[in-house]
Design a protein around this ligand. Structure first.
Ligand code: ADP
Length: 477
């Protein structure tokens, strides 16, 4: 089988050992045998990045823009091939896989342009005979640690701005998706960045994570993943005063008001809760529904859920692919049991499904008669499991939607301008959606949340500059 190596200091290098990656739609399908870096190799990657900092500083903005544009073009040209690999490896549908690769391409294109827009300020001093310049400089070495649910888009929205603003990168993808990470890295390796400016280390977070976080040669760390890992990384990174940005969990609310268009409400809920197997940090798992529409909404959603086709990610007509792996499936099933034990009513789904191939298939689950204090309404499950919380009116709905430790995305389905406007202002979330699913965002505007969902500056769009650069104020006498 083709060896999938790490990329360190401009060379493809073998790992300390290898690990097989399997297809969650068909566990007999082995995607590849991937190199696993050890801690020593992770330190080598960090050292290579450190050494490449001066070369990155010399790289002209034209050369950086051209290199990012190269990546963008190749991703777009190969979106079907890479989208197929992504869907095969992660389990999202082929259309979603191709869409994700196209999105990654647009992200690289956006930052190819953003390089050329970098600018500063020239300001009068309050003192006579003095001028002030405010400019932005690269931070240096950035460690990029990513999850498995968007194996190309999330790395893209961290790697592209890191390189655009002149930093050197060490990229560590999630254990479950080395194929997509390797393919993206292979393209970047040919884009024209100096040797060492971009490094890939594939391996277990618990083994190589520390090198990427604790090394004094790393200036900044950007992480997307679980709350527990995020907290561990924060304690290591902040302890040594490294710059840090993190995107973690969500328990995103979707409010459905009496005056909502029923079709819109059902579509939005279906999309937010179950598509991409509920494995999105912006997915909505709490459907907060007012009394007057509750029964109609539940009936209509129930009906639509019965039409969903759960099958092999690459099969034509599949709406929802498998859960990503056995351990995530176990977690989903455990929460479904917890919901039942807590007294919620499981009105649909929640059982493991058998298909032609052996995969981690789960029928999306819907709970009703739930209360805010139930564990299924408090913890992030990260699967196709949603609960309906019945409320009296908008005020109760708003209070319930904000009653969470998280604050990433919050949605409302309503035809009332008054409630939509009020919700936009009072939802305690980084992103608010009116008559749109909580998941599904643009790539050219800020992405991120509040409370326990995020830490540090926003990602994507123009906001990315904040994290990937540092400000210098120069006084000229
Ligand atoms: P998820 O299961 O949602 O991907 P994790 O937080 O487990 O969330 O993983 C997100 C990323 O963090 C992965 O790349 C994983 O390898 C990495 N990771 C896990 N543990 C550590 C750690 N101790 N230090 C650094 N990175 C880690």
């Amino acid at each position: 089988m083709k060896p999938y190596y790490n990329f360190i200091a401009g060379e493809w290098v073998q790992g300390a050992r290898t690990l097989q990656n399997i297809n969650p739609s068909d566990t007999a399908d082995v995607i590849g045998e991937f190199a696993q870096a050890n801690a020593e190799q992770a330190f080598q990657a960090v050292a290579a990045a450190r050494q490449a900092v001066p070369a990155m500083a010399k790289m002209t903005i034209q050369a950086r823009s051209d290199a990012l544009d190269f990546v963008s073009r190749e991703l777009f040209a190969r979106r079907e091939e890479l989208g197929t690999l992504l869907a095969r490896e992660e389990g999202k549908t082929l259309a979603d896989g191709i869409g994700e690769v196209a999105r990654a391409s647009y992200i690289f294109r956006f930052f190819a342009g953003e390089v050329l827009h970098a600018s500063g300020d020239l300001i009068d001093s309050v003192r006579p005979g003095v001028r002030v310049e405010v400019t932005r400089e690269p931070i240096g070495v950035v460690s990029i640690i990513t999850p498995w649910n968007f194996p190309i888009a999330i790395p893209a929205w961290k790697i592209a701005p890191a390189l655009a603003f002149g930093n050197a990168v060490v990229f560590k993808p999630a254990e479950l998706v080395p194929g997509s990470a390797w393919a993206l890295s292979e393209i970047i390796s040919r884009a024209g960045f100096p040797a060492g400016a971009f490094n890939l280390v594939i391996g277990k977070g618990s083994e190589i994570g520390a090198a990427l976080i604790e090394s004094p040669q790393v200036d900044a760390i950007t992480f997307t993943g679980s709350v527990s890992t995020g907290k561990r990384i924060a304690s290591q990174a902040v302890g040594r005063l490294a710059k840090l940005q993190m995107e973690m969990g969500g328990k995103n609310p979707q409010i459905i008001l009496d005056d909502a268009d029923l079709n819109v409400a059902v579509n939005v809920a279906l999309q937010s809760a179950f598509f991409q197997t509920g494995q999105r940090c912006t997915a909505s798992s709490r459907l907060i529904v007012t009394d007057g529409i509750h029964d109609r909404f539940v009936n209509a959603l129930h009906e639509r859920m019965q039409t969903l086709r759960i099958d092999h990610a690459l099969k034509a007509g599949t709406d929802i692919g498998p859960v990503v792996d056995q351990s995530q499936l176990d977690q989903d099933l455990r929460y479904i049991e917890i919901g039942k034990r807590e007294g919620a009513r499981l009105v649909f789904g929640g059982e493991r499904l058998q298909r032609e191939t052996n995969g981690f298939y789960l029928q999306p689950a819907l709970f009703t008669e739930t209360t805010a204090d139930m564990q299924i309404n408090r913890d992030e499950i990260f699967g196709p499991v949603a609960s309906v919380l019945r409320v009296k009116d908008y005020d109760e709905a708003l209070a319930a939607s904000n009653d969470t430790q998280f604050g990433l995305s919050a949605g409302i389905a309503t035809t009332s301008l008054k409630y939509a406007e009020h919700f936009k202002r009072h939802a305690e979330a980084g992103m608010v959606m009116v008559n749109l699913p909580t998941a599904g965002v643009d790539y050219h505007v800020p992405f991120g949340g509040r409370k326990g969902s995020s830490y540090g500056p926003r990602e994507q769009g123009k906001a990315a500059r904040e994290f990937y650069t540092t400000v210098k104020t120069a006084y000229i006498g």
